[in-house]
Design a binder for this molecule. Sequence first.
Ligand SMILES: Nc1ncnc2c1ncn2[C@@H]1O[C@H](COP(=O)(O)OP(=O)(O)OP(=O)(O)O)[C@@H](O)[C@H]1O
Length: 268
Amino acid sequence: MVTQAITLNHVSVKYHQNIVLEDINLTIDEGDFVGLIGPNGGGKTTLFKVLLGLISPYQGEAKILGYNILQGRRYIGYVPQLLELDRGFPIKVADVVRMGRLGKRPLLRRYNAKDEEIVTRTLDQVGMLKLRNRPIGELSGGQRQRVYIARALASEPRILLLDEPTANIDSQVQKSIYELLREINELITIVIISHDIGAISSYVKTIGCLNRRLFYHGDKQITTETIEKTYQCPVDLIAHGVAHRVLSEHNCPLHQSEFKQSNHKQKK
Ligand SMILES: Nc1ncnc2c1ncn2[C@@H]1O[C@H](COP(=O)(O)OP(=O)(O)OP(=O)(O)O)[C@@H](O)[C@H]1O
């Protein structure tokens, strides 16, 4: 029987008086690899915050593996957007990954052999074992992202949430990270936020479009109409069985740079 990894029923969220998520209904089966796209400020990170229990909906209900959020969030591993790092901060790769074990320890228990074994295993899984004693500040953006994925895996999650994991990473390294995620998805449900549907469409199994409201049908066929509803401006969509990105000129100033970048990639 297929287990439902994530269920949202009529979830609405506001910050102060601004509604940023409205009547979101979503069911994600275990094993899925979901790509979540949408314009800046569309509510993607807020949706993750709901799943992590960092913000409560004013309406509706969210469940993780059938549990309420407070019980279910222990099954989630989270890779936040790549933040600026103080490169001089004295912390090694293995120390970063070990932090993923924090939630698994009773308060005040020291890290034990099992924690160390999991740190080693997850570093190996993401191809970073050889760099375990390197200061994190000496790594490239792509290497750091692998370490953050290892940190999330160290909590032994059943669901992995990644917020723009390949932003500011060159396309070759991006590809290797998506390949890694595909391997991880053999065991773990993945939801990934991305602005680059062209890049993720070969890897994800289903795509959702979020801009305050969610357009999600449990597959990766998205129509021009859905894209236009999401981005609220006209977009040409070329479909070759999978969702593709925009090829023609896009006049909405809000999204122009994003789509031009995508056009450039498509034409290469
Ligand atoms: N802590 C907060 N307080 C008030 N408003 C917020 C807060 N966090 C986010 N918002 C607003 O909520 C809306 C959704 O933000 P969110 O970060 O979820 O969007 P996003 O789709 O992840 O955007 P991006 O693609 O730019 O990362 C935006 O209008 C944002 O300004």
